[in-house]
Design a protein. Structure first.
Length: 75
């Protein structure tokens, strides 16, 4: 694998990892932060909100692990 291909792979993995982090912050951290601060746009703290937040969390972790898997090609 050429050096340029390795750098492209690393750049793609970095993008995916950052995307996974953004998904976690937007779908998991932000809803719980609004519950903590009791803003006017706070969603009700019911089981559906919790399930959706956990789904966002798992999606973010999944995207991050795809990035890690992509980096394994460099070995």
């Amino acid at each position: 694998m050429k050096d340029s291909d390795k750098e492209r792979t690393k750049l793609t993995a970095t993008f995916l990892s950052n995307l996974g982090l953004a998904v976690i912050v937007a779908g998991f951290v932000a809803p719980f932060a609004t519950l903590t601060f009791r803003t006017p746009s706070t969603l009700p703290a019911d089981w559906i909100t919790t399930i959706f937040s956990l789904a966002w969390l798992l999606t973010g972790f999944g995207i991050h692990f795809v990035a890690r898997r992509l980096l394994r090609r460099l070995d």
